[in-house]
Design a protein around this ligand. Structure first.
Ligand code: TYD
Length: 401
């Protein structure tokens, strides 16, 4: 069987359950794996200093999360996987290492059991490539990440030509790829995925170009030798190019991004619960006093804005509470609380920004197809508007929090 385009999730879990049924690793053999040896230091340098809580989603053998728990004093690492056999492996290594700062638990990446905003860092290595509905897992990772927290997300690289052609060659000769469903992402596709969910890109990186070459060695031992030469060469190229080679052509690439943190008052970020259906599309819902923090009395839409540089808003309200969404196209939202201001590029991702009472807000840079949806806590009342900037400043002075 050549690689199927869409294994269902239970077939994928079975592939990994079989993989993790193999002989248990000792810490020594686990941490000696070449892919780990090449990847770990690169990942580790992006864990922010002082991170206290780390979640690993789809931890598999547990090599990254367990090594982080071992190496980062003051850190608590939660390792999760949906496959029971993976949990057995991770527990075995954790106990051999005598780690007391880890929790190992079964979790479904599509429905994590943790509350919103729980972890300083969420890490997931080479998991989304095996999940056809990877967006749902990414959204969950972002949900449980604290505002200001770091998400590190990696995948097999679509520009690692040796690996991609390896899979193609297997498929041409009718052989099964051992890991079931596997797609690839480029570093820039990962960055786009992050941006889609309003994550702020910190950087992208990658590692171990030569692993794609080593993979061929099952078919001919010469590839072991070639892999060694390629690895030494790419190390030199990386050293002189600031990792530019591995960043684009590594076996794995990854994105490091930060969950936006609101520093303006009178605001908030809201992510609408979404029911995604590959064949029939996404259904997003906003419920008053649930996903929206007030009872909804009014909704309004703004659309058909002909000018990119048109300006809407540019006012605040005294009492009115609102949440603004982009439901098509894009626009830029600027919010200001009198002391600080913030900007968001709004896209139709289900993320809404609260425009609470006293928050000055301005919308601009509208795409031609932009459609804005606002849910509001009250009916229209012109007396509630503060349309003049100086008048608003005066109002803030006279109405402290
Ligand atoms: P306004 O709130 O000033 O929109 P913007 O700041 O984007 O320009 O409203 C523009 C006009 O539309 C104003 O005359 C009031 C009217 N309006 C309604 O009739 N109902 C509504 O729900 C809203 C928001 C505005």
């Amino acid at each position: 069987m050549a690689q199927k385009k869409s294994l269902n999730q239970s077939e994928i879990n079975r592939v990994w359950s079989d993989e993790w049924k193999k002989e248990l690793h000792s810490p020594k053999t686990l941490f000696a794996q070449r892919l780990f040896v090449e990847g770990y230091p690169v990942f580790k340098k992006y864990i922010p200093i002082g991170a206290q809580t780390i979640l690993e989603v789809g931890a598999g053998s547990g090599r990254y999360g367990l090594a982080l728990a071992r190496d980062l004093a003051g850190t608590h690492v939660t390792l999760t996987d949906i496959v029971d056999e993976s949990l057995v492996r991770m527990r075995h290594v954790a106990s051999e290492l005598g780690l007391t700062n880890v929790a190992i638990q079964k979790e479904d990446a599509f429905a994590l059991s943790f509350p919103d905003d729980s972890f300083d860092v969420v890490f997931s290595d080479a998991v989304i490539q095996h999940i056809p509905q990877h967006q749902n897992a990414v959204k969950e990772m972002i949900r449980v990440l604290k505002p200001g927290g770091t998400l590190i997300l990696s995948s097999v690289n679509r520009w690692n030509i040796p690996h991609v052609s390896y899979k193609k060659a297997l498929s041409l000769i009718g052989k099964e790829y051992p890991y079931g469903f596997e797609r690839t992402f480029s570093a820039s596709q990962l960055k786009t995925l992050m941006r889609r969910y309003h994550m702020q890109n910190i950087t992208t990186d990658g590692f171990y170009f030569a692993y794609g070459v080593y993979r061929w060695k099952a078919h001919h031992p010469i590839f072991k030798k070639i892999g060694g030469i390629v690895n030494r060469t790419t190390r030199v190229i990386d050293a002189v190019s600031g990792r530019a080679f591995s960043k684009y052509f590594g076996f794995e690439v990854f994105s490091v991004a930060q969950k936006p943190k609101l520093h303006v008052k009178y605001s908030g970020l809201f992510m609408l619960p979404t029911v995604e259906d590959k064949a029939r599309g996404d259904l997003m819902m906003a419920e008053g006093e649930k996903s929206i923090p007030f009872a909804i009395k009014r909704i309004y839409l703004i659309k058909g804005i002909p000018e990119f540089n048109a300006v809407r808003g540019s006012h605040a309200h005294k009492k009115l509470d609102q949440v603004i969404f982009c439901i098509n196209g894009s626009f830029e939202l600027n919010v200001e609380d009198g002391e600080s201001q913030q900007q968001f590029v709004m896209k139709p991702t289900g993320f809404g920004v609260r425009l609470g009472p006293k928050l000055w807000h301005t919308m601009t840079k509208f795409s031609k197809d932009c459609i804005i949806l606002v849910v509001a806590s009250d009916y229209l009342n012109e007396a509630d508007y503060l349309r003049n900037y100086d008048e608003w400043k005066e109002y803030l002075k006279n109405h402290p929090d």
